[in-house]
Design a protein around this ligand. Structure first.
Ligand code: 7PJ
Length: 278
């Protein structure tokens, strides 16, 4: 069925930020790798995230942490697509697929994904052409370098200007291929080829990206920039994550990508109540 309006287009009209719940389907995120167990466990998590207030579920089958090993297209499809199908059968929720591979994107689109979330901003072969033939939305994320080495020595002439320049180039490529702005979401990519100071500079100047007039996504949940600053393990980063979520939302982020949906909803409700009275 052809959608009349893309998800990205609808987002521009929504004033309150939407929460995107993270669903990892990488093998290390499940201790007992059995297929049915994995789907059941995923559905259980998704149901909870929806109850807690998530509008979007972001399914990821490739770990993009610094130093993570590559996953084959076949393996990524086998991890992600059954979970996408199961979610779409049971829940009325926007589903995003976190992938950089054209083959995974193709399967995702065939199986009713609403959004392709690509940390490589459709730079891999075939991705732009494939998206152009569809009507799904796409999140173009900025990354300097590639996951394996991106944290080695990030360098920018001017952090914000360089990222804006990257967005200009990617948007032009998309438009040229037939992916119009109505389908595009932008994300400056916290933690992807940025030093600690650069990550905080990015958060300080997040509002700058509003100049594109496109929905902005912010992914900060439990990231190293929080852990390093606070000296907290991954499971102790909730307060830090909530603070960054509020700061990004306050500067115009339309989608906040998080692990802790319930707590983030609470934090954003406070922000909304304040914004309404401002
Ligand atoms: C992001 C992402 C992000 C978008 C990951 C992690 C690493 N997609 N996928 N933005 N991060 N759009 O969650 O720590 O920041 S994976």
């Amino acid at each position: 069925m052809l959608k009349t309006r893309s998800y990205a287009e609808q987002l521009l009209e929504i004033s309150t930020p939407q929460v995107m719940g993270i669903l990892n389907v990488t093998p290390d995120s499940f201790s007992d790798g059995g297929k049915f167990t994995q789907i059941d466990s995923a559905l259980f998590q998704v149901e909870q995230m929806i109850i807690d207030g998530a509008n979007i579920i972001d399914i990821g089958g490739e770990s993009t942490r610094p130093g993570a090993v590559d996953v084959s297209e076949k393996d990524e499809i086998a991890r992600v697509i059954p979970v996408l199908k199961a979610i779409k059968e049971r829940f009325d929720v926007i589903v995003s697929i976190d992938t950089s591979k054209a083959g995974v994107m193709a399967e995702a689109i065939t199986n009713d994904a609403d959004l392709i979330n690509d940390v490589r901003a459709l730079q891999n072969d075939g991705c732009i052409a494939l998206l152009a033939q569809s009507d799904v939305s796409v999140c173009l994320m900025h990354m300097q370098g590639l996951p394996r080495t991106m944290q080695t020595s990030p360098h920018y002439n001017n952090l914000i200007d360089d990222i804006k320049h990257f967005f200009d180039e990617r948007i032009a490529q998309c438009n040229h291929a037939g992916i119009q702005n109505q389908r595009i979401i932008l994300d400056p990519g916290f933690g992807f080829g940025k030093t600690q100071a650069q990550n905080y500079q990015l958060l300080a100047h997040f509002a700058n990206f509003q100049s594109f007039n496109l929905p902005l996504l912010a992914g900060l949940s439990r990231k190293s920039m929080i852990g390093n600053l606070l000296n907290r393990n991954v499971e102790e980063r909730l307060a830090g994550s909530l603070t960054t979520a509020v700061l990004a939302a306050q500067q115009g982020a339309k989608i906040i990508r998080v692990h802790d949906v319930k707590e983030t909803m609470d934090a954003l409700k406070i922000l909304n109540a304040v914004t309404e009275q401002a």
